[in-house]
Design a protein around this ligand. Structure first.
Ligand SMILES: Nc1ncnc2c1ncn2[C@@H]1O[C@H](COP(=O)(O)OP(=O)(O)O)[C@@H](O)[C@H]1O
Ligand SMILES: Cc1ncc(COP(=O)(O)OP(=O)(O)O)c(N)n1
Length: 269
């Protein structure tokens, strides 16, 4: 079985973060492992508290994974502090990690800030240069490229700036647009659009975590970057289309929409 590691924060409501990543990796057929950067007390309406692990303990989790079951891909999500980011960079280099997907998580849909300002600088200087793929949403791409994005042409310009600056592929996600949900991949030689119809569903908690984990899963399985994104886009479209409706705010998606087995039958009366 192919393997993948998520290095991210825990979401107590299960829709984003580590929980979304593990469900996604399992649904995409890879063995999922985790190194937790922080616990969040969070639900569909917001984040009420965050408790970070120490850099030493994060390093020990990563050591435990890499020295035993080597991950075929690594997805990195919420990392709130500069010290934790430096520790991750150190360990990725130490273990020569492959297929590194960095989701530069900054702000949750609910509005909660998930990274400190000084950590954004460390993310740029230490972690992003180690990525094979960066997956900013539009507000994150605006911060990273230092420009406003209001059109597809501006998405292309911003993704180009970020890709050149950090020497990696960039997927600028279009979930924050109002017209459609098309994402743009920028490599050193190509611009590829992944076109998506906007699904009329207010429950989009964890879409970014889910997409980046699905891409990492497909990279771990040996698909090319383009094919991995195409497959991940189909997966998230399916998860959103299942129209799960839980919680009082922006609810989670159905990560298991495509899994039917003897163990997923209806609940007992
Ligand atoms: N309403 C929607 N309908 C279809 N796809 C969506 C919708 N909202 C987000 N997506 C898709 O979900 C993925 C994550 O994008 P986005 O929501 O922009 O990320 P983030 O959660 O980091 O803000 C992208 O592939 C995007 O196109
Ligand atoms: C623990 C944790 N990590 C990341 C996020 C943000 O997730 P994302 O997929 O970007 O989805 P939204 O929150 O923007 O819907 C989070 N909320 N919690």
């Amino acid at each position: 079985m192919k393997t993948a590691l998520t290095i991210a924060g825990s979401d107590s409501s299960g829709g984003a973060g580590i929980q979304a990543d593990i469900k996604t990796m399992a649904a995409n057929g890879v063995y999922a492992m985790s190194a937790i950067t922080a616990l969040t007390a969070q639900n569909t309406t917001g984040v009420s508290d965050i408790m970070e692990v120490t850099p030493k303990f994060l390093g020990e989790q990563i050591d435990s994974v890499f020295t035993d079951i080597r991950p075929g891909a690594v997805k990195i999500g919420m990392v709130a502090s500069a010290q934790l980011i430096s520790k991750i960079a150190e360990k990725l280099k130490e273990y020569d990690a492959k297929n590194v997907v960095v989701d530069p998580v900054m702000v949750a849909t609910s509005g909660a800030k998930l990274i400190s300002d000084d950590a954004i600088e460390t993310l740029k200087t230490e972690l992003m240069p180690l990525a094979d793929l960066l997956t900013p949403n539009i507000p994150e791409a605006e911060v990273l490229a230092d420009m406003k994005i209001g059109s597809e042409a501006e998405m292309e310009a911003a993704a180009g700036i970020i890709s050149r600056k950090y020497g990696c592929d960039v997927l600028c996600k279009g979930g924050h647009k109002v017209s459609d949900a098309s994402d743009l991949l920028c490599t050193d030689s190509q611009r590829i659009w992944f076109r998506g119809e906007r699904i009329d569903n207010p429950n989009t908690h964890g879409t970014g975590c889910t997409l980046s984990s699905a891409i990492a899963s497909n990279l771990a399985k040996g698909f090319s970057m383009e094919k991995s994104i195409e497959r991940a886009k189909a997966y998230i479209t399916g998860a959103l289309s299942a129209r799960l409706d839980l919680g009082q705010g922006s609810g989670p998606m159905d990560h298991t929409f495509d899994i039917k087995s003897a163990f997923t039958e209806e609940a007992a009366e």
